[in-house]
Design a protein around this ligand. Structure first.
Ligand SMILES: Cc1ncc(COP(=O)(O)O)c(C=O)c1O
Length: 315
C-alpha cells in the first residue's frame, strides 16, 4: 500500500469524477456558445455547475467565473485590479504562492507599489501591521492574502481582514486554492471581492478553476477574445472539466464540504482548525491508498505510516 503525502500539490481525481467527465466528453461535445441544441445542452451543464458552486459558497451563480485554475485566477485579479480599478497599492505577503508573488513583481512600477505585511513567528498575518499599511494613504488599494497556506497550512483570519478592508475601503482578494473544497466558506458573511480556486486541489481535474467576483466589483476580461463567461473570461469553456470539478451530488467539492461542515468543531477561521483539515484529508482513501494533505510536516508521524507498511512519498 502506498501513502501519498502531497495532497497540497494535487489530489487524485475521484472515480465518479472520471466517469462524469468521460460522459460529458462522449455525449456533450457542443460549443456552449452555439445556439443549437448541442450548444444549449453544453451550456446547461456549465450553468448547473455554476449553481452548485454558488450554493456551496453561498454566493450568486453570476459571481462565479470559470477559468483554467489558480494561476490564471490570481494573475487576472492582481492585473485587472490595477488596470480596471485603478489600484495603486497592493498589500500582500512574502509567503503567498508564486502565482501571486511573481505577478506582484511584474505589476510593481513607479505608479503601483507593492507592500508586504508583517508576519508573526508561525506565519500568521500581523493584523496590526495590515491596519497600519491600510491607513498609510488614501489611494486605491487591493489586499491579496491567501486563505490557507499551501506549505504551512496557516488559515488566514479572513473575517478580520475582510472587515479591515471594508473599513479602509480597500478591495480584498483571497487565494483560496487550498481552502475551497476543504474548508467551509460562506461568502455572504465575508467582505471578499475576489476569491481564487482550482479543481485539482479537491479531487477534480487539473486545468480548471474559477474566480468568485463580487457583483459590486467591476473588472474586465483578463484575456481578449469572445464574450464567454459574461465577457469576463474569453475562450470556449472546458465543459467536461467544469462538470468534473462540480458535478452535482457526486462532486468532490460538496463531498468535502459536507464532511467538513459536519465535522468542524467551529466555523471560525482560527489556526486551530489546521489539524482538523489534516484529518479531513486523511479521510479520503481510494483503491487502498491513503492520500494526505501535507500542510505541516511536523504534525505527521511518518514512522507511524511506515510501520503500517505504507510506502511514503514526501515532497
Ligand atoms: C495557494 C495556491 N495558489 C495557486 C496555485 C496555483 O493553482 P494552479 O495549479 O491551479 O494553477 C496553487 C497550486 O499549487 C496553490 O497551492
Amino acid at each position: 500500500m502506498k501513502v501519498y503525502f502531497d495532497n497540497a500539490a494535487t489530489t487524485k481525481v475521484r472515480d465518479e469524477v472520471v466517469d462524469e467527465i468521460s460522459g460529458v466528453l462522449k455525449n456533450c461535445f457542443g460549443n456552449p456558445s452555439s445556439t443549437h441544441s448541442y450548444g444549449r445542452s453544453a451550456k446547461s451543464f456549465i450553468e448547473t455547475s455554476r449553481k452548485s458552486i454558488a450554493k456551496i459558497l453561498n454566493c450568486e451563480p453570476g459571481e462565479i467565473i470559470f477559468n483554467s485554475g489558480g494561476t490564471e485566477s490570481d494573475n487576472s485579479i492582481l492585473k485587472c485590479a490595477v488596470k480596471d480599478l485603478g489600484v495603486k497599492h497592493v498589500i500582500s505577503s512574502k509567503i503567498e504562492h508564486h502565482a501571486i508573488t511573481h505577478t506582484l513583481e511584474e505589476i510593481e512600477n513607479k505608479d503601483v507599489k507593492v507592500h508586504y505585511v508583517g508576519l508573526k513567528d508561525e506565519g500568521e498575518v500581523d493584523i496590526e501591521d495590515l491596519d497600519r499599511l491600510l491607513r498609510s494613504n488614501n489611494e486605491p488599494k487591493l489586499v491579496s492574502l491567501m486563505y490557507i497556506n499551501n506549505e504551512i497550512g496557516n488559515i488566514l483570519d479572513v473575517k478580520s481582514v475582510s472587515e479591515l478592508c471594508r473599513k479602509h475601503n480597500a478591495y480584498f482578494h483571497s487565494d483560496a486554492v487550498q481552502a475551497v473544497g476543504h474548508y467551509p466558506i460562506d461568502l455572504s458573511l465575508l467582505n471578499i471581492d475576489f476569491l481564487s480556486s482550482a479543481g485539482h486541489k479537491f479531487h477534480g481535474p487539473k486545468g480548471v478553476g474559477f474566480t468568485y467576483i463580487n457583483k459590486s466589483t467591476k473588472i474586465k476580461s483578463f484575456i481578449c477574445g469572445g464574450p464567454q463567461e459574461r465577457g469576463l473570461r474569453a475562450g470556449t469553456e472546458s465543459v467536461h472539466n467544469i462538470v468534473g470539478m462540480t458535478s452535482p451530488d457526486k462532486c468532490s467539492m460538496s463531498f468535502f464540504f459536507c464532511f467538513t461542515a459536519s465535522s468542524c468543531c467551529c466555523s471560525c477561521s482560527c489556526c486551530a482548525c489546521s489539524s482538523f483539515i489534516l484529518s479531513a484529508s486523511l479521510f479520503y482513501a481510494q483503491d487502498g491508498d491513503l492520500l494526505i494533505q501535507q500542510y505541516d510536516k511536523n504534525s505527521i508521524d511518518l514512522e507511524f505510516y511506515r510501520k503500517l507498511n505504507f510506502e511514503v512519498f514526501q515532497l
